[in-house]
Design a protein around this ligand. Structure first.
Ligand code: ATP
Length: 323
């Protein structure tokens, strides 16, 4: 019935491996011949495209990252390299691609489809959860759980030593990870780029709590806020009078074995992607919104500003204090 390939592009996330596993299984079940593209668009250009068997994807469902590698590709921005990628796919008679990546990758694929007619289905994959049109991106649940475990551990030491801990999460300009983690970890302070804050609004409250016996403060801050995490820690030392430490969680948030939710979402996204490609959805992003999967065009996903769901914002905004 035809040949179909999968690739990962942009930042890796936990959940890509289960997606690759289901891709091979479901493609075969539909009578398609599955191929794996190693190292994203770089692999398309360099012809790192190999037929896949069940053996290639056995034992990977519980592993974070991606077995086939991911990459960012400067060359894919150039028409001559996209032509090379097209020639490689054509030689293998592959005319459908499942792309696990972010909105940048989808923009690249949309251009590739326009130029060369290679159909694609995008699966939103980023821990930042900042892709317009989808409430959920692959990898987010695993990242949130890694952060939760880290915050629980940090709380143990913070309370033993009477300290303030400022824990920095990833997310670039999007505060989703910090927002959900701050709420679900009971943080005293949650700071995200989307919500204006004045630290002086917390001074009186925090000092009073210290006098009443509070032993620690947990602050969850998103990497995109206006101040550095160290500045927040210095504020705790100088204004609240409590010893402080900064903990930048960094790339541990992108790894770890995928949670049940990410495994299930990987299966659902890929299933939906292959079904779409087989029914003539040639250039769509598989989104999850209003609790169901749906196909969206690139214009609805990659060219608009992302906003966190208002109901979630309200949960933090309602407890944000100002001077
Ligand atoms: P992440 O959010 O993890 O960074 P992303 O998919 O948004 O994922 P980008 O670095 O923006 O990551 O894009 C991934 C790759 O997509 C780029 O390295 C490039 O190869 C390709 N790409 C992005 N935009 C375009 C474009 N306009 N034309 C051609 N290729 C593009």
């Amino acid at each position: 019935m035809g040949n179909i390939a999968i690739l990962c592009s942009g930042g890796d996330v936990s959940g890509m491996n289960p997606a690759i596993k289901h891709f091979v299984e479901y493609a075969k079940a539909k009578g398609l011949s599955p191929f794996l593209v190693y190292d994203g668009f770089e692999g398309l250009i360099d012809n790192k495209i190999v037929p896949a068997s069940y053996k290639d994807v056995s034992g990977i469902i519980n592993r974070g990252g991606t077995k086939i590698g991911s990459a960012r590709s400067e060359r894919f921005h150039e028409a001559r390299y996209r032509q090379q990628a097209k020639d490689n796919l054509e030689a293998l008679q592959i005319d459908k691609l499942v792309v696990l990546g972010g909105d940048g990758s989808f923009r690249g694929m949309a251009k590739f489809y326009e130029e060369h007619g290679i159909a694609f289905a995008g699966v939103p994959s980023t821990i930042d959860n900042d892709i317009v049109g989808t409430d959920y991106c692959l990898g987010v649940d695993t990242a949130l759980n890694i952060i939760r475990v880290s915050l629980d551990a940090i709380r143990d030491t913070a309370s033993s030593f009477k300290r303030a801990f400022v824990v920095e999460t990833m997310g670039r300009d999007c505060g989703y990870l910090a927002l959900v983690s701050g709420l679900t970890s009971g943080a005293e302070l949650t700071l995200i780029p989307e919500i204006a804050y004045d630290l002086c609004g917390y001074k009186e409250k925090f000092k009073k709590e210290l006098l009443e016996g509070r032993r620690y403060f947990l602050a969850v801050v998103s990497e995109g806020i206006k101040q550095s995490s160290q500045e927040i820690a210095t504020w705790f030392e100088e204004e609240i009078g409590v010893e402080s430490r900064v903990s930048v969680l960094g790339h541990i948030q992108r790894g770890g074995n995928p949670t049940s939710r990410d495994r299930l979402m990987a299966y659902r996204f890929v299933h939906f992607a292959i079904d779409g490609l087989l029914s003539g959805e040639n250039d769509k992003i598989c989104c999850f919104s209003d609790s169901q999967l749906n196909y969206k065009s690139i214009a609805d996903v990659a060219h608009k500003e992302h906003h966190i769901e208002p109901a979630l914002m309200e949960l933090v905004e309602s407890t944000t204090l100002h001077c």
